[in-house]
Unconditional design. Structure first.
Length: 252
């Protein structure tokens, strides 16, 4: 469900901001990187403690293009632990030629995160557009405040691709995702979306938990008996590090 009013342009129709997911506005988000973790065991644990959410298929394929400035300021802000900070991405699911995409502005202030998520309907295949055309088309339909976010970060940097499974608590307040089979594609200097020369990390397994700020006890119960050590795990930053777009640094 999205806020009303639909705006048309050559490549995209802006349906509006997703208002059905009130949990996106402000939430506590924690991540755990489990190198070579057993996805099957974790899946069984969550099937016992939570309920599976299915979007089209039990396992989603997620693709996100992250935008930044030429200095990769958002990446460095994350590495340096600067708060508040933002990330801008264009995300779609499953299809290589999606009819629905999401322009997302994700923000973090200390331990609290939130996300603006605007739904777009594609009138042309996103892979048919050059990056210059893609940026111009987004500028035509996005609200002014998000145009400003995009203009500050108008350089495509990394395309991140992975498999995701979704779970939620019985009341829907808490969500857990399992992300694996990650691949990163360098987009710097590319004219259009490029899926050449992937950097694959088959051993990378990420567990993300999301919910209200006051739900830490419930989060532990949802993951019980597993008690992971949560830490920093931005897929965008991992991509920049793996593709050697930033100087080597120990990042967990």
């Amino acid at each position: 469900m999205v806020a009303a009013t639909e705006i048309s342009t050559g490549a995209f129709d802006l349906v509006g901001e997703d208002v059905s997911r009130v949990d996106l506005a402000v939430r506590r988000e924690t991540k755990c990187l489990l190198p070579n973790g057993d996805v099957g065991k974790f899946r069984k644990l969550l099937e016992g403690n939570a309920r599976r959410l299915i979007h089209n298929e039990p396992v989603s394929t997620v693709r996100s293009i992250y935008f930044d400035d030429v200095r990769l300021s958002d990446c460095h802000a994350n590495l340096d632990g600067i708060s508040p900070r933002r990330k801008v991405r264009l995300r779609w699911y499953d299809s290589l030629t999606p009819e629905v995409l999401f322009f997302e502005v994700k923000w973090r202030e200390n331990r609290v995160t939130g996300k603006h998520r605007l739904e777009l309907r594609a009138q042309r295949g996103v892979s048919e557009l050059s990056y210059r055309q893609l940026i111009d088309e987004l500028i035509e339909v996005l609200p002014p405040e998000h145009v400003a976010d995009l203009l500050r970060r108008s350089e495509p940097v990394v395309l991140v691709e992975y498999r995701r499974e979704h779970f939620a608590s019985a009341d829907g307040r808490l969500r857990v995702t399992l992300d694996y089979d990650l691949a990163f594609y360098d987009q710097t200097g590319k004219r259009a979306i490029s899926t050449s020369f992937p950097c694959r990390l088959p051993e990378m397994f990420v567990v993300e938990t999301k919910g209200p700020e006051d739900c830490q006890r419930e989060m532990k119960e949802l993951l019980y008996p597993f008690a992971p050590r949560m830490g920093a795990c931005s897929k965008y930053v991992h991509g920049c590090c793996q593709l050697e777009l930033v100087p080597p640094r120990n990042y967990h």
